[in-house]
Design a protein around this ligand. Structure first.
Ligand code: ZN
Length: 245
């Protein structure tokens, strides 16, 4: 995506091999999104997505030599259009997410929520697996929801603020933890010891957030994570380059 201000930002999806098959964390935009229907009105000028089918998760799974039918599970950090677009490409997969996000997206109560989600991205019928955070579990000092159904090595980390049920996804790789922080922050400098973020990205995040203060509180918690937790966000190209290099 190319939001105003000269930035190029990515949709950082994670593909995991689990005992059940493949598991995708976030789905980015999907195949045919450009012709499938307009994004919500305010989104297009704000994020200016490229919408190249070759970059869709489905085609990237094939490019890795893997079978998209083996993607049995999808965990989404939230259901904004740039995270849920690929759901239609994996209609056989179960979709795990925080119950508050599912409710906000499928039964939107405010005009802001009605505007930000696009029900067409899940109108094919989705086998939703929803979770709330009343269990009281924690992981590296953050509240955690685990295990996920049949995915014992994954946990949802509630990080609301960007959207109502926004959550990070923690993965026990057997060799340390990964934390896909979704849209908890957009720029790696936000979780640096001396926090900084380009003004345009700060303003856009503030504009989109359902709870700006809560988002900032959660970013502060991410800044204090133990050093052996590898955290990255959904949209920072620098963090994607570090992850794939
Ligand atoms: Zn996003």
């Amino acid at each position: 995506m190319r939001p105003p201000g000269g930035f190029a930002i990515v949709c950082h999806c994670l593909l995991l091999e689990t005992d059940r098959g493949l598991c995708l964390v976030d789905t980015g935009f999907g195949i045919g999104e450009a012709s499938f229907g307009a994004l919500p009105g305010f989104y297009r000028p704000m994020i200016r997505p490229v919408l190249a089918d070759s970059e869709a998760a489905f085609n990237q799974v094939i490019a890795l030599g893997l079978d998209p039918r083996d993607v049995r599970d999808i965990v989404v950090t939230h259901l904004d259009v740039d995270h849920a677009g690929g759901l239609r490409d994996f209609p056989w997969a179960r979709v795990h997410l925080h119950a508050a996000e599912h409710a906000a997206a499928t039964r939107p109560a405010t005009s802001a929520d009605k505007g930000r989600y696009r029900a067409r991205q899940w109108e094919h019928g989705v086998d939703w697996m929803t979770y709330d955070d009343r269990g009281g579990d924690t992981l590296f000092g953050l509240s955690a929801i685990r295990p996920l159904h049949d995915l014992p090595d994954l946990a949802l980390i509630p990080l609301a603020g960007h959207s109502r049920g926004h959550s990070g996804v923690a993965v026990d790789t057997g060799d340390g933890w990964l934390l896909h922080a979704g849209d908890a922050y957009w720029f790696h400098g936000e979780v640096a010891p001396r926090p900084h973020c380009p003004r345009a990205l700060s303003l856009t995040q503030r504009l989109i957030a359902t709870d700006h203060r809560l988002r900032l509180e959660n970013v502060a918690k991410l800044r204090d994570l133990p050093a052996d937790v590898r955290v990255f966000s959904a949209h920072d190209p620098h963090e994607l380059n570090v992850a794939v290099s």
